[in-house]
Design a protein around this ligand. Structure first.
Ligand SMILES: [Zn+2]
Length: 622
């Protein structure tokens, strides 16, 4: 009999600990302390409560918890003294039948790791999909992590312990994250397409309109049809556009075509919402399917696959919403092959620069030729026709992996985005006098580099003084500098980002004033050029509140955070209300990296939050 929330909510403290026995290896105190937080309205809430107990228990208790775990393929396994759970997990990962060489390698890693950190290496060997990592993956993770900083590694062990506990709880409760598994499997299948030169090395790179990119588009289109989207087509820039009609539109189309019955995915059936007989508006959502070079499998793609899973469930249930749902897989966001970042979402708001068509990639192929090769018209007429009428849309929402460590550190799967940071960049130069390092007394110098160094320290202080503001001097160089010359010139860059344009501009103004003051005091000249300015995209308050309610319905505590990275939502922000949902990434949230990871359980919650959002919106429109 699987465990139920009802049962654990009604349990005494002792019963509760007994029911959750084995979830955290030899550490019943975690369940005992979490008991006070009943009643739990979801398994996610219980998991978070258990993780919170560990987070608040302090370093000694955390170390004891880690040390309560057996080594991988270690002495306890050989001696047959593992707990039943550990035997099962290590056996499933093939660790109980290692070759002599593998066993020796793991023993060496165990010894190195223990010597370095003083606790055993912990890895959730059932992995992010719950089905088990391969031995080679386990050894690779071991090799990589032994080089980490001790504090980071302690946190990473705890995160793996929570993942082990999560899977054990799923087993106890008979819970399978089916929706999360579906999204995870789609992402895995999509990641088999990669550009030449990367594919051979097992790396993921999908840049604009390459054969791998086109293959991704075709797969997405096919999956959208299988999910039950009413329309699924590839537009003039290569975006894959899926539409699940709202009931008005479905009824109106049924009246015009009395015997539909042709199944899903009618290509050519009214791509443009403009001029449709239906009055119902649409919710727009989506993200990008291109990748950076040697990137991860979930950046962008998660935001396409999560709403696809929602449509699949609606279609299975034979349900229509009182609004249409338009899911767009944007063809280009990363600006890798051509310098045309946000090309896919930009085209929807009329921001497609005609000059881009003539731009050439590193091999000299123009964008227009690349479009023709992909079977796209490559004309401004067809691209302009893609522009959406914002009046036909309720708003834009985007799901994205966080691409940072914040949620991993909080043990939280989801966060609601408050704003996409606005940014400003400058390139500058300070000009002093290059002079002899031996003969110029310290009080007679016109040193350009020390002036910029002063500015760098001021920038760091000013950036740290305000929450959600970041300020970086990424470039700092003395052109043709020499070991025996006082620097006469120093070039530098400034990159300032904040959740609001006001905070960003106030910081920029202070930094510029400081630069002028430093130069005046030191008797130096300076030049500064603004090279980029992007407006912050604060979330629409109404849509942000909807996401907050949607997340709260999963039983998880609410966390709000800004997005430090740019997203397609920034583009749609210019014409309609938008708000984003972030999902935690594995491996401490690393992104634009092959180690990018998501778990099926987090993804399940993400799909559920999206379903909650759709229901909230449906309720509000009735
Ligand atoms: Zn992205």
């Amino acid at each position: 009999m699987p465990l139920t929330l009802e049962r654990i909510n009604a349990a005494t403290q002792a019963e509760f600990a007994a029911l959750l026995d084995g979830t955290y290896e030899h550490s019943p105190w975690i369940a005992e302390r979490a008991w006070a937080q009943r009643p739990f309205k979801s398994l996610a809430q219980l998991k978070f409560a258990l993780a919170s107990v560990v987070r608040e228990a302090g370093r000694d208790a955390q170390l004891a918890l880690i040390r309560a775990h057996p080594e991988l393929a270690g002495k306890a396994m050989v001696a047959g003294t593992l707990t039943a759970e550990s035997t099962h997990e290590q056996g499933k990962a093939g660790l109980t039948d290692c070759t002599a060489a593998e066993f020796a390698q793991i023993q060496r890693l165990n010894a190195d790791y223990n010597a370095r950190f003083g606790f055993p290496f912990i890895l959730a060997v059932r992995g992010p999909r719950g089905t088990g990592l391969a031995k080679a993956q386990i050894i690779a993770a071991f090799e990589r992590r032994v080089a980490n900083h001790p504090d980071f590694e302690l946190a990473e062990c705890l995160r793996n312990i929570h993942r082990i506990a999560e899977i054990r709880l799923n087993d106890k409760f008979g819970a399978t994250p089916e929706l999360g598994n579906q999204v995870w499997d789609w992402a895995e299948a999509l990641a088999t397409e990669s550009d030449p030169g990367y594919q051979e090395q097992g790396q993921l790179t999908v840049t604009y309109l390459t054969p791998a990119h086109q293959a991704c588009a075709r797969r997405l289109q096919q999956w959208m049809r299988e999910c039950g989207f009413d329309e699924a087509h590839i537009d003039a820039v290569g975006n894959v556009v899926g539409v699940y009609w709202g009931h008005d539109e479905a009824e109106a189309r049924a009246r015009h075509r009395p015997s539909p019955g042709q199944g899903s995915g009618g290509e050519g059936s009214g791509h443009s919402p403009a001029g449709d007989p239906a009055s119902s508006r649409r919710l727009l959502t989506g993200s990008h399917y291109d990748t950076v070079r040697n990137g991860g499998k979930y950046d962008g793609r998660l935001g396409i696959l999560v709403p696809m899973a929602c449509v699949r469930e609606l279609h299975r249930a034979g349900r229509r919403l009182p609004y249409g749902l338009e899911v767009i897989a944007f063809a280009e966001e990363e600006g890798q092959r051509y310098k045309a970042t946000f090309l896919g979402s930009g085209a929807l708001i009329g921001h497609f620069d005609e000059a881009w068509l003539a731009q050439r990639d590193a091999d000299g192929v123009s964008m227009r030729d690349a479009m023709h090769a992909a079977g796209l018209p490559g004309t401004m007429e067809t691209i302009r026709a893609m522009q959406r009428d914002p009046a036909r849309y309720l708003g834009f929402v985007e799901v994205h992996i966080e691409q940072g460590p914040v949620l991993a550190e909080l043990d939280l799967p989801l966060a609601v985005v408050t704003s996409i940071n606005g940014g400003v960049r400058y390139q500058g130069e300070v000009i002093g006098v290059a002079s002899h390092a031996g003969t110029t007394p310290m009080d007679r110098r016109r040193d350009a580099a020390t002036a910029v160094a002063e500015l760098a320290l001021y920038l760091e202080r000013r950036g740290s003084a305000v929450p959600d503001l970041v300020a970086t001097m990424g470039l700092l160089e003395v052109p043709s500098g020499s070991i025996n010359v006082v620097p006469g010139r120093c070039r530098f860059s400034l990159d300032i980002r904040a959740t609001t344009d006001g905070v960003r501009d106030a910081c920029a103004a202070d930094v510029l004033a400081e630069l002028a003051a430093i130069c005046a005091r030191r008797g130096l000249q300076h030049r500064l050029e603004e090279t980029m300015r992007a407006a912050a995209a604060p979330s629409d308050p109404v849509w942000q509140a909807r996401w907050e309610r949607a997340v709260a319905s999963t039983g998880l505590p609410l966390h709000r955070m800004p997005s430090g990275a740019g997203h397609d939502a920034m583009k749609l922000h210019e014409v309609m209300p938008q708000a984003m949902l972030f999902m935690r990434g594995g491996n401490a949230g690393i992104s634009h990296n092959p180690l990018e990871e998501i778990s099926n359980d987090d993804t399940e919650l993400c799909v559920r939050a999206f379903q909650n959002l759709l229901e909230l919106l449906a309720g509000g429109l009735k």
